[in-house]
Design a protein around this ligand. Structure first.
Ligand SMILES: Cc1ncc(COP(=O)(O)O)c(C=O)c1O
Length: 368
């Protein structure tokens, strides 16, 4: 017997997460100048990060020999002030992905199940598999959004977690406050509802004010991140918001010092720079209009999106992805999400958006 024969079967059956391709790799493989490549593949911030966050990041360079504050006191208090909640309602993570994994640590095992929508963030099924829980994938609506009634109906006696996401990655679809309220009515007390709001600060046209539901006496965890609108994806900083009791449970599974010092410092400064968020919202709403106009002009089917990306049906997504890559535009093919006809394009700067549109015109042989 070799060590590999003893690998946890939950791990053996896992398909590792496939991230968007890094610029350096595409430059190497396509023989392109990295400066010429635009990466529109991972829903990162088009405007970089807040200058104040960058300043705070640089300023902590002389403190790098010290461990960060394991309890994240400052940023939890800042978030509490910002949202008018209590500091003990927040847990910080190495990206919101870590928070999604912590719920698995706390609530899942081989006897439990997890419910999530088809065409939703792939990490939900990864978390279910990691802990040997059964994943129950609920068919999406015709518009590729969450079918909340069907998700609710899919809950079994052994279901411990339901993941929902708005705006949803990779479709950009959203559900309304009214739909969400119907969804959570008489919510079972033994099922944790995780509302993934990674794109909350963008959420173009959304009417959900999710924090108010924290007082509804249901087991609700809201997850948010500094990776998207705040532009701190490289630092890895996300958080969960819930009841103090649930936060305390999740904290037990957290590793000491799970969040780095620069992430804590930059995150703190980023919250204070809401002007940056407003500028970003404005930019994404304009970018959305630019792409929608283009798709409408050429009759290319797309899914209306509330996030900083858009899912578009180009036909043969893998081939289109490869052809765009040769032109220095990295997007995300969607075959791993079982949408082989689609690609997902994250919004970039105005220049990058135009480069993507020009490249699509050539790749799809459209008349310009
Ligand atoms: C819906 C959703 N949730 C969570 C995440 C995880 O983000 P992070 O771990 O960077 O906070 C992402 C990242 O793409 C996402 O799209």
């Amino acid at each position: 017997m070799a060590l590999r024969d003893f690998v946890n079967p939950n791990i053996v059956s896992l398909t590792p997460y496939q991230p968007g391709l890094p610029i350096e790799e595409v430059a190497r493989e396509q023989g392109l100048d990295p400066g010429e490549i635009c990466k529109l593949a991972s829903n990162e911030s088009a405007l970089g990060a807040s200058p104040k966050a960058i300043e705070a990041y640089l300023a902590c360079a002389t403190e790098l020999h010290m461990y960060p504050d394991g309890g994240a006191w400052e940023i939890r208090h800042k978030l509490a002030e910002f949202y008018d909640l209590n500091p003990d309602q927040f847990i910080l993570g190495c990206g919101s992905n870590e928070i999604l994994e912590l719920v698995g640590h706390c609530f899942l095992n081989e006897t439990s199940s997890v419910v999530y929508s088809q065409y939703s963030f792939v990490v939900y099924q990864l978390v279910a598999k990691l802990f040997g829980a059964k994943g129950i994938e609920v068919p999406a609506t015709d518009g590729l959004g969450h079918d909340l009634a069907a998700i609710r109906a899919a809950i079994q006696d052994d279901t411990r977690i339901v993941f929902v996401c708005t705006p949803n990655n990779p479709t950009g679809t959203m559900f309304s406050a009214k739909e969400f309220e119907a969804f959570i009515e008489n919510w079972p007390q033994d099922v944790l509802l995780v509302l993934d709001e990674a794109y909350a600060e963008i959420a173009l046209g959304s009417d959900i004010k999710s924090l108010q539901y924290l007082s509804h006496e249901i087991p609700l965890l809201i997850t948010r991140t500094f990776s998207k609108a705040y532009g701190l994806a490289g630092l890895r900083l996300g958080y969960g918001i819930s009841s103090p009791a649930l936060i305390e449970t999740l904290s037990r599974a957290r590793q000491p010092f799970n969040v780095t010092l620069p992430a804590l410092k930059a995150g703190l400064a980023a919250i204070e720079d809401q002007n940056f968020i407003h500028r970003s919202q404005d930019h994404y709403s304009k970018s959305c209009a630019v792409f929608e106009k283009f798709f409408k002009k050429y009759d290319i089917p797309y899914i209306p999106s509330g996030a900083n990306f858009i899912l578009v049906q180009t036909g043969n997504g893998q081939a289109v992805f490869e052809a765009l890559m040769e032109k220095g535009v990295i997007v995300r093919p969607m075959a791993t999400y079982k949408l082989p006809e689609h690609i997902r394009i994250s919004y970039g700067t105005d220049k990058e958006n135009q480069k993507a549109i020009d490249a699509l015109i050539q790749v799809l042989s459209l008349e310009s």
